[in-house]
Design a protein around this ligand. Sequence first.
Ligand code: AMP
Ligand code: ZN
Length: 475
Amino acid sequence: MLKFYNTLTRKKQLFKPIKDRKVLMYSCGPTAYNYVHIGNLRAYIFVDILKRYLQYSGYSVKHVMNITDVDDKTIRDSRKAGKSLKEFTKFYEKEFVSDLRSMNIEMPDVMPRATDYIFEMVKIIKRLETKGLAYRSDGSIYFKISKSKNYGQLAGLEKRTLRENASGRLSIDDEYKKEDINDFVLWKEWRPEDGDVYWDTEIGRGRPGWHIECSAMSIKNLGETFDIHCGGEDLIFPHHTNEIAQSEGVTGKKFVNYWLHNAHLLVDGQKMSKSLGNFYTLKDVIKKGYNPLFLKIILIKTHYRHILDFNFNNFIEVKSIAEKLINFLFNLDLIENNGKNKVDIDKLIGNCEKEFRKAMDDDLNISEALAKIFNFINEVNKSIDSINFQQAGKIRKFILKIDGVLGFIEKIYDNYLIKLGNKIKDTGVGELLKKREEARGSGDYRESDILRDKIQSLGFLLEDTKSGSVLKLKE
Ligand code: AMP
Ligand code: ZN
């Protein structure tokens, strides 16, 4: 039975979607003003695993992930770059999609851009004003948290604590003239530094605040109440807290049933920052010569609610994991034996699948789930010589089914086969291999050994199996 840790209730809870087998899910996407970093990628990979596991469990999932293409940062940096907001954000949106592809992350079903939802945002803000939940000050509009029921519940904050935290700061000349320091902006009046970024609407000339963007895009695409909302834990307060306040304020209904948040990624024990020189994008990782899918394994391996302390040494361990998987699939592909079953493969697969499911059902306990898969691989390896062709097919099918959730095994194996094929072509090793077979056939073992050394010096491993010699990549 599938359980998730719900930030809202601070408990692991049985997952029950609103509609029987259909899950409605929203995750906060990137702000399109820069390349995403490996911490952001952790958040997107967590959502990907969650979505893929729901699908594996028989649910159909509608996943919406927004692109924040208007906010303070996008306006500031597009102006600095001398580009229009659209041109500027489009570039980073494209880069983001390309990063998702490199990491073999499934594309969301809908990827709304904030600037396409201004009308929906204005509608919500107007209703909030009518309901007395929003007020105007100097042309901007703010949400009045004192009028909101349960404000701060998601973050475990009571209104009293919020006030106390804010006391003493209210007298400071607040940029947006709020009545309460925790009130937040729904609509920002146009200011000269916004340049040509504004919308002329019924509520004035300006642009939306960040929080209202996600409320409008999620409600429009998923309805007033939906199943799952995700994001990194830094978004719990204020972003998600404010999303709840304005969404529930306008609809009078519960906004989201399950809130799932991933913990942060650190680099060498520290928060990533450009000034510390420990800030990495996917491009940086690739430039250093690492495979993006290996990064994916690093980001998946740690349970999503645990802090992940990233270090480039992580790639050493992950490389051996990848090699193990490649060798396993490669050896399965070599099986030609049509003999009788000697091992009960169905039972091994059945047990492993049960254990995998049990681990993942427990709030996506990925480390446990991966351990079960590697146990299975070890068990199969022990009796690989007595497995027949048909059983090898079943094992391959099972691993690929699991990979429907993990999303890296098949891709890594395919890349390996492509690399191997290219190397065979480029080095012309086929000719040497043929000569060696001939030498072996005629019993000239001295010549055969010389040829073996030549082949290996080209970067191959040569394994002699029952069905002939097989080439593998050395590294
Ligand atoms: P942002 O573009 O800053 O809104 O972040 C996009 C997503 O990445 C959000 O879900 C953030 O919570 C998440 N995020 C940001 N930094 C990290 C980090 N260091 N580790 C994990 N997730 C992060
Ligand atoms: Zn959001």
